[in-house]
Design a protein around this ligand. Structure first.
Ligand code: BG6
Length: 509
């Protein structure tokens, strides 16, 4: 298939083709690279979104030859995006783009090799450096790139992409930012938060700012509270090394869920320019009420899974997972009630919850509206609740508006109905978050990436909870496959309604 038969797809994620770019992946033989980055690049190649003469340059520690690297990419794509290699002409074109440097990240010689590869080309020498490596190496790579003259933009753009965690607390995040900014300008640094690449998250902005019907309702007068839920059915798998020092609060709430909160709560930006959007998100984060030590136990709940069966898979207790300490108090579930102290949101709770080993994998934003001011109908025993607007991030990306209607018949029985705008129903092909984000980095569009000050503000918000939890010697538990977390319902007790049932039975309401 020709690489440009992607009109339908290209029209979804933007058909603009990127300028030719040398895409350098540090940690190219690692997990992120094989599962996400290589398939995303192959997808983009297929839809003609990578500029001609772009190259994908793997940087690996192993002493591989270029042909070994090409075979490796072939094998990974066969597993994660088979279409890319099962079509011989397409694979041939991808394989011609592959190049390799090997060596240790600390070795200046490797960066000289890289400089040679970048300079071996005529024309523009744009370069994107993707750091798919542990954060402890970020500064070392940035410094070496700078010393090898690879950060200078006189011959083309230079951009660096990093993955979370961006620090493990406020001061380490500040250090990381300062260290990177010694070598790269903030405008060259792209901090990936893959939740911002998710279709439904982006649609939230479109939905809010391209429709006039919502704006009058989008405030404390009509909205009772907001729930943001990210439930995963898997346990921590092989990631104990990272997770033991992180936990659900730092792993998910500090980054993805607070980013989503800021998109729900932000004021309309003056333009879609990256800094206009990020300035508005930052204002929200700054307005999140500072949590005092005495409030932590009232607004935050944590727990850890014990053995059970989640989505049909038997899971051991977290403490029995490989690499986890027998007396670990790391939380695998966290829920927090935040308030945004500004004119629009005063008094509206934002309830965030996330966890592993829960019954299903479901992520959604629920805007729950207030009940009508007067109850004319007998709601007793009926299956009717407050209106809700749901943005389903996964699975079944889309939006649902739940309303109340009359049950057909002679009596005035009420029932819940849903206006369902599922993306699946619209028949669209949904790009994977990494494709959207890669595309944006290549085009220099930074709106979906976290800026240094947003990251630091998010740490400011959660630090009092981190401190409180780090001082506790025990932790509540929930059986894997359930969401029976002690204290969870108390967080929502002063709101209208309960926690939404995060099940994929989307018509249940
Ligand atoms: C990552 C977290 O950022 O997001 C993981 O480190 C988590 O712990 C993952 O599993 C969830 O992403 P998604 O897209 O599968 O919801």
């Amino acid at each position: 298939m020709p690489d440009n038969q992607g009109d339908k797809f290209a029209s979804i994620i933007g058909s603009e083709q990127a300028e030719p770019t040398n895409i350098v992946i540090f940690g190219a033989s690692g997990d992120l690279s094989k599962r996400k980055l290589l398939p995303a690049l192959a997808h983009m190649h297929r839809w003609n979104l990578l500029g001609p003469h772009s190259r994908i340059i793997g940087s690996v520690r192993e002493n591989w030859t270029k042909s070994h690297w090409i075979n490796y990419v072939h094998d990974q794509l066969l597993q994660y995006f088979p279409d890319a290699v099962l079509n011989p002409p397409s694979w041939k074109r991808i394989s011609h783009k592959l190049d390799l440097v090997n060596g240790d990240l600390t070795d200046p010689e490797m960066y000289q090799q890289l400089a040679k590869i970048l300079h071996a080309e005529n024309g523009k020498k744009n370069a994107l450096f993707y750091l798919a490596i542990p954060p402890a190496w970020y500064e070392c790579v940035a410094k070496n790139l700078s010393e090898a003259g690879l950060v200078d933009e006189s011959e083309g753009f230079r951009r660096i992409v990093i993955e979370k965690p961006f620090g493990m607390d406020l001061s380490s995040a500040q250090n990381l930012n300062q260290n990177l900014q010694q070598y790269f300008d903030e405008s060259q640094i792209y901090r990936i938060d893959h939740y911002l690449g998710k279709e439904a998250v982006q649609n939230l902005m479109v939905f809010r700012f391209a429709n006039s019907v919502l704006e009058p309702l989008w405030n404390r007068n009509y909205i009772d509270h907001v729930q943001i839920s990210v439930a995963e059915s898997l346990g921590i798998g092989y990631r104990a090394g990272y997770y033991e020092n992180s936990g659900a609060l730092k792993d998910m709430i500090q980054s993805h869920l607070l980013q989503v909160l800021s998109l729900v709560a932000m004021e309309p930006p003056v333009s879609l320019g990256a800094d206009d959007v990020r300035n508005e998100k930052l204002k929200v984060l700054k307005a999140v009420r500072t949590i005092t030590p005495k409030d932590v136990d009232k607004i935050a709940v944590r727990a850890q899974y014990t053995a059970g069966t989640a989505a049909g898979i038997d899971l051991p207790a977290y403490r029995d997972e490989k690499g986890v300490a027998d007396d670990s108090t790391t939380e695998t579930f966290a829920a927090v009630k935040f308030y945004v102290d500004n004119w629009r949101w005063q008094g509206v709770p934002f309830l965030l919850r996330t966890g592993k080993a829960l019954p299903e994998r479901v992520s959604e934003i629920c805007i729950r509206f207030k009940a009508p001011p007067q109850t004319l109908f007998d709601l007793h025993d009926s299956n009717v609740r407050n209106n809700e607007l749901i943005f389903r991030l996964q699975p079944d990306e889309g939006m649902l508006l739940s309303m109340t209607a009359k049950q057909p018949g002679l009596s005035t029985d009420l029932r819940g109905v849903q206006l369902d705008a599922s993306y699946g129903i619209a028949g669209s092909e949904i790009p994977e978050a990494y494709e959207t984000l890669f595309h944006d980095v290549l085009l220099g569009e930074a709106g979906l990436f976290s800026r240094a000050d947003e990251v630091e503000e998010s740490w400011r918000i959660i630090e009092p909870i981190m401190k409180n939890w780090s001082e506790k010697k025990d932790i509540s538990t929930y059986p894997a496959g359930s969401i029976d977390v002690p204290g969870l319902d108390d967080l929502i007790a002063d709101c209208e309604g309960k926690w939404r049932d995060i099940s994929t039975k989307k018509h249940e309401y």
